[in-house]
Design a protein around this ligand. Sequence first.
Ligand SMILES: C[S@@+](CC[C@H](N)C(=O)[O-])C[C@H]1O[C@@H](n2cnc3c(N)ncnc32)[C@H](O)[C@@H]1O
Length: 361
Amino acid sequence: MSSVVIYCRSGFENDAAAEITFHAAEQGFAGYVKAKPNTGYVIYECFDAQHGDEIIKKVDFKNMVFARQWFAGTLIENMPVEDRVGAVVEAAKDFTLCSELRVETPDTNEGKELLTFCKKISTPLKKALEKRNIVLREPKANRPVMHVLFLTNNTAYVGYSYSFNNSPFFMGILRLRMPSDAPSRSTLKLDEAFNVFIPEQQRESRVAAGMRSVDLGACPGGWTYQLVRRGMFVSAIDNGPMNDDLMQTGQVKHFRADGFKYRPEKRNITWLVCDMVEKPTKVTSLMIDWAVNAYAKELIFNLKLPMKKRFDSVYECLSMIRAELEKYGISYELQAKHLYHDREEVTVHLNVTKVPQSLYS
Ligand SMILES: C[S@@+](CC[C@H](N)C(=O)[O-])C[C@H]1O[C@@H](n2cnc3c(N)ncnc32)[C@H](O)[C@@H]1O
């Protein structure tokens, strides 16, 4: 496979392009990017036909911030309208047996118009692929996922991703229902972050009732709502007005204070979340301070992106975190993602797994 197809939010093609170029080069691969503004995807063309497959194995998908999904594939153009199924099957004939088929489109208005067609073709296509032993009848773990990304009704990229290194979601999008009693739509960002960053089998223990948390820039309370919903006690820091129903739960204490100055009295906070609108490097420095001083164990925060050089800005902040934590000998896991519910921002998760006690005692 000579192409890597990367899905992103429409308008972020340059950032997704810069990101795949960076990671491919870091792993020693050479190629070039084809990207058009507002198409919702970019293509990384490898100089060596084998490299598409190797890139989606060797570059850790968790390190891709702007990519919602990716796969290694080839472009099929001018499919005969009377036999598009045959054209896709022919393009996939040498694939390793895949566990499932996802017939997708870019997440754009044009893409949405194609979704009905995608649904319609899915059933005959799946049947034909099953017959040729390209896709299994029943999904099975630890097998590649086959993707068909329709760009028009007779043009598509056909390929596969590896289930150990991809997004588990259709079109790379986790769709969540907006709770009717949540105080703001931002609530979905934190809900999505918990779902994307914390593996399902660990969620019950790591995002648990009774934990203490701090929400910096909490008002009107969309993020606090998610913490309360999960049974946590929340210190909500903001000068603005907090949603009344949340205050009634008895789980929330509202402090009218500056989120950049507030620090907890005790080191008993599991979760720090932060949605203050400020320069990304300023928020990053604050998060580093909380991590280095062991004020919280797990942190989720948003970095509001500048208009230009968004890739550079995010990677600068991630480098700052790595450099500081490593300097202090702190063990951690760090992940950042341009979530589906994020717009001009990315969400970062920092899990501090070990802080040398000498740092804060
Ligand atoms: C994007 S809103 C947060 C929305 C919230 N996460 C929700 O889901 O409802 C940003 C909030 O940060 C607060 N804020 C900005 N700077 C702050 C600061 N220095 N200290 C405390 N709060 C701050 C603002 O008052 C505002 O309510």
